[in-house]
Design a protein around this ligand. Structure first.
Ligand SMILES: [Zn+2]
Length: 164
C-alpha cells in the first residue's frame, strides 16, 4: 500500500473496520516513512464460511439469518437495527480474516455476546438467555457476573477492532 504523500510502500495499520455491509474493509494507515495518515478500502475476499452446528450439521454462514436472530433477540433493548448490522459486519470481517473456513456456531455466539456486552446489558442478558439457554442456575450467575465486569469496563468503550 503506497503512501499518497511520499510513495513509501510500508505502512502501519491503525484501525480496521468493516464497511460496505462487510464487503470491504476500511483501514486507517500511517506511513512508516513520513507518518502521513491515510485511509484505504480493501475488498474482502468472500470465501464462504462453514458453520458447524452443535448437532454436527454444517451450513454456510448466512449473515441475514444471524442479523434476523439478533434483531429478534434484541427487540426493545434500545439497540438500533443499524448497530446490530454493524455488529454482524464486524463479526463477518473477523471470520473472513481467520485462516480457518469453518467455525462452530458456539464461537459465533460467544463473539456476538462479547460484543453485545459493551453495547447493551439488557440485550446481552437477553441474547445470552436465548443463545445459551441457561443450562443451569450457575450459568445464569456466571452471565450476570460477566456483566458486572462489562459495566466496569464501560469507562473505556471498546470497539471490535482488528489490528494486524
Ligand atoms: Zn509517506
Amino acid at each position: 500500500m503506497q503512501c499518497p504523500s511520499c510513495q513509501h510502500t510500508d505502512s502501519r495499520v491503525l484501525e480496521s473496520r468493516a464497511a460496505d455491509s462487510g464487503r470491504s474493509v476500511r483501514r486507517r494507515r500511517e506511513c512508516l516513512n513520513c507518518d502521513f495518515r491515510f485511509t484505504t478500502y480493501e475488498r474482502v475476499e468472500t470465501v464462504p464460511i462453514t458453520v458447524v452446528k452443535r448437532n454436527g450439521n454444517r451450513e454456510t454462514f448466512n449473515r441475514s439469518k444471524l442479523l434476523h436472530g439478533l434483531l429478534r433477540a434484541c427487540e426493545k433493548t434500545g439497540l438500533e437495527p443499524s448497530e446490530l448490522e454493524t455488529l454482524v459486519d464486524d463479526l463477518e470481517l473477523v471470520l473472513q480474516q481467520r485462516a480457518k473456513r469453518e467455525v462452530c456456531s458456539n464461537d459465533i455466539g460467544e463473539l456476538v455476546l462479547e460484543r453485545l456486552k459493551t453495547m447493551s446489558e439488557v440485550a446481552y442478558v437477553r441474547f445470552a438467555s436465548v443463545y445459551r439457554q441457561f443450562r443451569s442456575v450457575s450459568d445464569f450467575v456466571a452471565t450476570l457476573e460477566g456483566l458486572g465486569e462489562a459495566s466496569r469496563a464501560k469507562a473505556s468503550p471498546q470497539h471490535l477492532t482488528v489490528v494486524n
